[in-house]
Ligand binder design. Structure first.
Ligand SMILES: *Cc1c(COP(=O)(O)O)cnc(C)c1O
Length: 514
């Protein structure tokens, strides 16, 4: 159709795109891009000389309360806002003295790989392109390293999603064996039908909070998550499981899955995974292992034994954005029975119909193995880091962290003012400051909690170091969860010194108070 005067032809003056318009504009973007790269690399190099955390100054807050911009300020000015208002005010998890919440650091190479992934911007629902092969290859690598050769898998946002996918798969598979088609019937009984036996699953009381979310989200309800008591070392009392399962069956429930944890979030305890694998085999239950960070222990001869039995899991969830050092988000679920994985998630939509040739060959491989349709290219950073350094280096970093935690543990145990609150088998240590008090009873539990809470706040707020906290046996604990590839042994020694110094400071202030 001919263009009319009121609808002018698209040309250089009216055409709109997010690309730069002219060669000069492209050159300016290139310069800006190089500058971003320099700034980010400078920032990473300078980390040891910066505070772990600093608050966003009040004067900088108004930027984050402004209305959405109707018109832009240009790329250079937008970047300047990032550089001055955002970059210096992160939580600090890329810093060598960050030890909180099992948050990883990221790596410089993976940062660049994320840029490549984002620039190329492949859609990772499936189809026939090299990025899809990268993801399948990385999954195959980890399946082999974790002793689950041939397993199917999927990259997802985090350990929570990886675990939920595994549990969903377990539910469909085991219920199907018992004649219950969860995919079509759901878990609710409709009027006039015989009620379905409620599905229940098991894990220790130290199981991460994802299990509760999963029970809610999968429509099972939190009561379907049966919590098994733990021993003093925080591993599951798995001997109790057999009777719990029998009692639940006798009560008309349908057990379908047992979760073993490789590295609990609180203390790094690992359940007896071989015992759980045996039990699941005897009881015809799905054996899932939550190895969010702990699975990676299998990559180091130093601690591999701790997660023995993990390779017998029906499904395994692990994060690479924790002990794998990858930038967020990067986690993975493996399912031993590839057909069961597909059967739990496959779907067919007319607009996604594959062909047996060309770009759509293979269909929506990833979409048929999980919930997400559109997915980003998370696997590239993993692939590149491993191509560059090999899995051997990852294993050595894991061993290094364990050695550093062991050194920290010896310093804590040797110090009269520090008290460890839990075993530290892997890379997590829970402890507290406990002042020496002469001639009177020691501090009450409440006062010790308050002292350590205040101490930790000062340590964090002053940007000195960033452990987090937890409650161990009802007591407030400073918790070092160490997945930091940037820390040195000196960082550990400094941490002990800083905590003792702050402990004395806080205790002195509390004692002086009227
Ligand atoms: C961190 C963690 C999770 C959750 O993983 P996200 O990546 O934070 O979603 C699950 N289980 C354990 C044991 C964890 O440490």
């Amino acid at each position: 159709m001919a263009a009319t005067p009121s609808n002018p032809p698209r040309d250089a003056t009216t055409r709109v795109t997010f690309d730069p318009d002219t060669d000069t504009d492209w050159a300016a973007l290139r310069t800006l891009g190089h500058r971003m790269l320099d700034d980010l690399i400078d920032a990473q190099q300078a980390l040891p000389h910066t505070p772990v955390w600093r608050p966003l100054p009040p004067a900088k807050r108004p930027l984050f309360q402004k209305d959405g911009p109707e018109h832009g300020v240009g790329a250079a000015a937008a970047y300047e806002l990032f550089r001055t208002h955002i970059l210096p005010y992160g939580l600090g998890n890329w810093h060598p003295r960050f030890f909180g919440w099992v948050q990883g650091n990221g790596t410089p190479l993976a940062m660049l790989a994320d840029m490549l992934a984002s620039g190329m911007n492949p859609h990772m629902g499936g189809f026939n392109h090299a990025p899809a092969m990268v993801e399948r290859q990385v999954i195959a690598w980890f399946a082999e390293w974790f002793g689950m050769e041939g397993a199917s898998g999927l990259f997802v946002t985090g350990g929570t999603m990886a675990n939920v996918h595994a549990l969903a798969c377990a539910r469909v598979t085991i219920a199907h064996l018992r004649g219950h088609d969860v995919r079509s019937e759901g878990v609710q009984s409709w009027p006039g039908e015989q009620a379905q036996a409620p599905l229940v699953f098991y894990g220790s009381r130290e199981t991460h909070g994802w299990a509760q979310k999963a029970a809610e989200w999968l429509g099972l309800g939190v009561r379907a998550f049966r919590q098994v008591p733990v021993r003093p070392d925080f591993t599951m009392q798995h001997e109790l499981l057999k009777d719990m399962i029998a009692a639940d069956r006798a009560a008309g429930l349908m057990p379908f899955c047992v979760i073993g944890t490789a590295g609990t979030v609180n203390t790094g305890a690992t359940d007896d995974l071989n015992a759980l694998a045996d039990l699941c085999a005897n009881e015809a239950l799905w054996f899932h292992v939550d190895g969010a960070f702990g699975a990676l222990a299998a990559l180091s001869p130093l601690v591999r034994e701790q997660v023995a039995g993990m390779e017998r899991a029906d499904s395994l969830a692990f994060d690479l954005h924790k002990w794998g050092s990858m930038p967020f988000e990067c986690a993975c679920v493996l399912v031993r029975d590839a057909a069961a994985h597909h059967a739990a998630f496959h779907n067919s939509a007319s607009y996604l119909t594959p062909s047996d040739r060309g770009p759509t060959a293979g269909g929506m491989y990833f979409n048929e193995r999980g919930l997400d349709l559109t997915r980003g290219f998370k696997a590239l950073k993993v692939w590149m880091q491993l191509q560059a350094d090999g899995v051997d280096k990852l294993g050595r970093i894991i061993a290094q962290n364990v050695h550093q935690v062991r050194a920290l543990v010896s310093q804590i145990d040797a110090h009269p003012e520090l008290e460890r609150l839990a075993p530290a088998p892997l890379n997590i240590v829970c402890f507290r400051y406990r002042p020496i008090i002469h001639g009177s009873a020691s501090l009450s539990s409440d006062r010790l909690d308050a002292l350590n809470r205040e101490l930790l706040s000062r340590l964090q707020e002053r940007g000195i170091a960033m452990p987090s906290s937890t409650i161990v046996d009802g007591q407030f604990a400073i918790r070092v969860a160490h997945v930091n590839h940037r820390s040195t042994i000196d960082d550990m020694t400094a941490l002990v010194g800083d905590i003792v110094e702050l402990g004395r400071e806080v205790h002195g202030a509390q004692t002086a108070a009227p």
